[in-house]
Design a protein around this ligand. Sequence first.
Ligand code: ATP
Ligand code: MG
Length: 687
Amino acid sequence: DSPKPVDYLSSLNERQRLAVEHGSGKVARPLLIIAGAGSGKTNTLAHRVVHLIVNGADPRRILLMTFSRRAAVEMTKRVERIASQVLGDRASVMTDGLTWAGTFHSVGARLLRDYALDIGLDPAFTIHDREDSADLMNLIRHELGLSKTESRFPAKQTCLSIYSRSVNAQAPLDEVLADDFPWCHNWVDELKKLFAAYVEAKQAQNVLDYDDLLLYWAELAKEAAFAEEIGSRFDHILVDEYQDTNRLQAAILLALKPDGSGVTVVGDDAQSIYAFRAADIRNILDFPKSFTPEAEVVTLDRNYRSTEPILAAANAVIAEAEERFTKDLWTERKSSAKPALVTVRDDTAQATYVCDAILAEREAGTRLKEQAVLFRTTHHSGSLEVELTRRNIPFVKFGGLKFLDSAHVKDVLATLRFAENPRDRVAGFRVLQLLPGVGPSFAGQVIDAMETALDPTMGLQALRAPQRVAEDWPGFVTLFDELRRKSSSWPSDLEHVRLWYEPHLERIHESAAARRGDLMQLEQIAAGYPSRERFLTDLTLDPPAASSDHAGPPHRDDDYLFLSTIHSAKGQEWKNVYVLNVVDGCIPACLGAGERKEIEEERRLLYVAMTRAKDSLHLMMPQRFYVENQVGRGDRHVYGLRSRFIPDHALQHFEQTTWPVAETKSGMGARSRASVDLRARMRGAWS
Ligand code: ATP
Ligand code: MG
């Protein structure tokens, strides 16, 4: 039956509507929506999905790619909400069919499992997160004798970054080294050897790292037959936040839909903040010309999110960028409240100020959930987290130390992974060494024995453990056997692992009770997954954010505050936003070492942060802050200068305040305040 009158389109402005209805009825030319923050790009994309479905598109044949799993879930919900205006109760049935919504990486993982046998992979492959990848890289460094301290060979993380950059940017090693890692350039031959061995090891162990999910997918898509087959599984491919995709992702898209039919991408070049992970702003800028006929381009310039003063301040910040972003946004949301630029004494005062402000807002009726605190790097929120905990303000932290990064959660997941894929040596080493008395050498023997045996469990059972391990050995063998036989049906697997792990947990880690709580929570998460494999894949790719090491994750419907790195806050919005440490050395983070392009990316980062705010925005400037882990210098205090991204002539857009207003007892505080003023003046003299 035909849809009701198109009232679901009536809330859109003319150009949003144009984008939504683009190509209606016919095979659509590719479409690019390029527009500034808060102009309704994501909203338009959601409406477009509804529109396609209402007009007969099969939701199972729509591929929707977002920047994070959370964004995908939110998008699906939004689609359902909009659809219910037209379809009523039938909306959910329809959006249930929208199963291909996720990140490039998760979609890649799913497709690769489908096609594994066709491309020489074992479908039981497990996935390494960045830490696992670095561990494997390290293992191989040792094997190749490249890790001797006197040789000053790059650290494992650096090796992985170089490798990853080269893969994602599809750039030769030479070029990557010259451009981004010049200090590693004389290691080019050794690095090549290392990476070759790394690739071999991954294959031997049947593991894929994050980059492989894109790389294998891109390679698969280069094979004409597969490209055709996969491409024709989808009538529509829609991508949000396209400015932060890399060369591989663009190549994949192009291979699946060479003529761009049914492709819609959406993004904002002024918000490109992932170049450090090889995202390439050229993708979005060159998109229209990648097709014949060229893609349709729709721009939007009305911002629906922020009040006029917030937008004016954000525009003033981005106007200083070297690159010209010509999309000047306007809004009808009048307000007299300028964003606040708050000078505080130090990190502690910053935490107090922010907590006070948040609580006052809550008193005035703004729920915690409508407020967010954003920061450049995850450790910037330390003092604030302490203060929030002290005052009993519940919060969830995103983008920082993920739930999954905590050692105990990794131990448990590695156990599952090892059972899923006994060739996964990183997982194997981790699990086996949980047993007292097992070191790398015996662990290596065990894994080898399992690999040469006909069946890994038999290999394990046949092994004679040394005396010192004897006590804990049988328990492990039984567990492994159980997990392999999958006799314990999912998700009770996880409970088995926990029960086996608990004594080790108490032996290895402090605060065992809190950690046990995390594991219980993991079981709850697992209950939502149909299979062990899906659970492991999803969690490895995009772990749930929770700061269980701090306040503990609040209950689902409780009111809680958002703490997030700016990177993870992308695409979202809150009524009130507080940005910490808007001082040189934090934003931008890379002083001195900072090349121009890196500085420019930091500027866009501040722009992203500011444009998250709807009604109220606070930029915090501690005069004194703590810098952790300065190479070779240890932790130290430094004095903060207002971020260079807020030049003097932009100050008119802010309400400047100093807090606390009264002179403090601490001479240090007073002195640092004077020095800041003087330095700012000196700098001003030259501008
Ligand atoms: P970002 O660049 O930050 O990702 P965006 O361009 O994707 O932003 P959205 O998140 O889609 O913007 O929309 C911003 C806000 O504006 C949302 O609250 C959305 O509901 C609202 N909005 C978008 N379009 C309209 C419209 N036509 N009428 C009213 N509100 C709108
Ligand atoms: Mg968006």
